[in-house]
Design a protein around this ligand. Sequence first.
Ligand code: ADP
Ligand code: MG
Length: 231
Amino acid sequence: MTRREAIAACHEVTVSYGSGSASVVALADVDLTIGRGESIALWGPSGSGKTTLLHVLGGLVSPTLGTVSWKGELLSSLDARARTRARARGIAYIFQSANLLPHFTAFENVAFAVDVSEAADRNRDPEELLSLVGLTAKLDALPAELSGGEAQRVAIARALGQRPELLLCDEPTGHLDSDTGERVLNLIDALHDELGFAFVTATHDADVAARFDRTLELSDGHVVDEQTAQW
Ligand code: ADP
Ligand code: MG
């Protein structure tokens, strides 16, 4: 495998919540370097630290110890406002629930995200983004009128509107039945091949993890194993 340029990394990251006897170590001494265009699964049971690691990589949570970098900039040394701006340049999220704005149509949900994005090219057409995810027929639908899979596809279009170089997905198929989940993963895979963003997906499902270039297994906040796909 050719060595890829690193776009994001965390180094010796520890995250603790609370203090004293009530303190919880959500991540312990985690190192991870993400290459441009690479796909990585964070795999482990509930409570193993997957969501916390995504939040650290995306600059939503500051590590208690250690450093996090994004495109050569140390996120962990920036204040909250500067971190938000750095993050707006190329990091997008997809969550377990689509989290669409309920009173906005599919089109408006995507248009709003494109509008607030600081991506270099913010002139992406929401209609074109929704056609990439096969939802041309649902432009004017409200979230309540969409199926779970359709809502998740709107969330994918919304994330693409930010021109992500890093897409962070937290159990993106966790609320979907297995066929719909499979279709959503195939769609993210196809978009990854076409658009070349790096993506990191948290999952507790071994079959989902097996689809990625690399799998980090987490247990109690520690990385306990790392597998690289042999293809
Ligand atoms: P996962 O996504 O693998 O289920 P999380 O990263 O959500 O794991 O959680 C890791 C550990 O950190 C768990 O023990 C969880 O209870 C704890 N934790 C996560 N977020 C918080 C928080 N905001 N406050 C206190 N504890 C938290
Ligand atoms: Mg989680």
